[in-house]
Design a protein around this ligand. Structure first.
Ligand code: DP6
Length: 357
């Protein structure tokens, strides 16, 4: 047994749900998007990944790097994880070269242990929080001085949406235009405290794993959809501008309209993909109709739906309208399972209603 020191760092990263969606890669290797996107970060009390990174000269080199994910060994030989680890090591190696007194952590095997505080079976995107936590844990372990935006460029290579989970609040991923991706990174549009009344309700429509993965779905859309061209050249740039304004002015009506329109536009490009991709199902569409009914009854827009690459709905609303939104969903979807998560700085909201097909 070696008595060599074990270096260790832990961190958490939150889940984010986009209100202007990322869908399409212009470079699959560097994970560069065809459009900018914008998301809201959810509370870490409710949805987060906790990752611990450790390394030591005493870890046998023959074992290499390893990842234990929710208690089970996980394969990290994939190109995306390798790209993240390679970049992090290179940055540490640069620090070590500049200061020879630093321990040579970049040469030691890495052990990563990662846990989600939500059931993987809930069918919620976990890759964003997962890669963001991995990158931040190793960056902390290596004592890197990089800013969150710099780290977001590394997390982006693990999973595009992960770059937005390096920040809380309202976060934009600017697509950039450089070929090497050095300007494709996330920044914070506003802190959670800027609009603390924001709430998110997640309707778990199906816990099943999605049929077509985001990665392959978006590649098929880029290759075959005509509608997609209009989305990336006109629809998204407009939505980004209106959304940033709506957030700055805390204008929920505008925020909600763009959120719903952008989700519709994204799913329309999926339907326009050949062969078509359908992520929403009948329960998803029932949730859309419920939101429309809530808004009609209120005489103003109090709720906004959005759907990622799966049937689960995320409903954004303001705290003052909790009764109208959560109450109506309870009645509209009798016997359904609704779990609510608050926006980052707000108190937890969990409702025990169940929604199953
Ligand atoms: C519909 O980030 O999962 O959730 O970069 O291939 O890992 P990869 O894709 P991923 O795609 C997320 C797509 C989305 C929209 C969004 O989060 O912006």
């Amino acid at each position: 047994m070696s008595s060599e020191k074990v270096y260790r760092a832990s961190t958490t990263a939150p889940v984010n749900i986009a209100v202007v969606k990322y869908w399409g890669k212009r470079d699959a290797k560097l994970n560069l998007p065809t459009n900018s996107s914008l998301s809201v970060t959810l509370s870490q009390d409710d949805l987060r990944t906790l990752t611990t990174a450790s390394c030591s000269a005493s870890f046998p080199a023959s074992e290499g790097d390893s990842l234990l994910l929710n208690g089970s060994p996980s394969d990290i030989s994939g190109a995306r994880t390798q790209a993240c680890l390679r970049e992090l090591r290179a940055r540490r190696a640069a620090l070590e070269a500049a200061d020879p007194s630093l321990p040579k952590l970049s040469t030691y095997p890495l052990r990563l242990v990662s846990e989600n505080n939500f059931p993987t079976a809930a069918g919620l995107a976990s890759s964003a929080a997962g890669f963001a936590a991995l990158v931040r844990a190793v960056a902390n372990l290596y004592e890197l001085k990089d800013t969150p935006s710099e780290l977001s460029k590394i997390a982006r290579q693990g999973s595009g949406s992960a770059c937005r989970s390096l920040f809380g609040g309202y976060v934009a991923w600017r697509m950039g235009d450089k070929e090497d991706g050095t300007d494709s990174m996330a920044d914070q549009v506003a802190e959670a405290a800027h609009w603390p009344e924001m709430r998110a309700l997640i309707l778990v429509v199906s816990a099943a794993k999605k049929g077509v993965s985001s990665s392959s779905g978006m590649q098929q859309t880029v290759a075959t959809s005509g509608l997609f061209q209009q989305r990336i050249t006109t629809v998204v740039p407009e939505n980004m501008a209106i959304m940033e304004n709506a957030i700055a002015e805390r204008d929920f009506e505008k925020f909600a309209e763009v959120t719903m329109r952008d989700s519709n536009s994204f799913h329309a490009t999926c339907a326009d993909t050949y062969p078509p991709i359908f992520y929403m199902n009948d329960v998803s569409r029932a949730a859309i109709r419920a939101v429309e009914a809530i808004n009609e009854k209120a005489g103003r827009t109090v709720a906004a739906y959005t759907f990622d690459a799966g049937p689960n709905a995320v409903i954004y609303y303001l705290e003052k309208d909790t009764e109208a939104v959560v109450g109506t969903f309870y009645h509209a979807l009798q016997g359904a399972d609704i779990t609510g998560w608050k926006n980052e700085s707000i108190k937890e909201l969990k409702c025990g209603i169940s929604l199953d097909e």
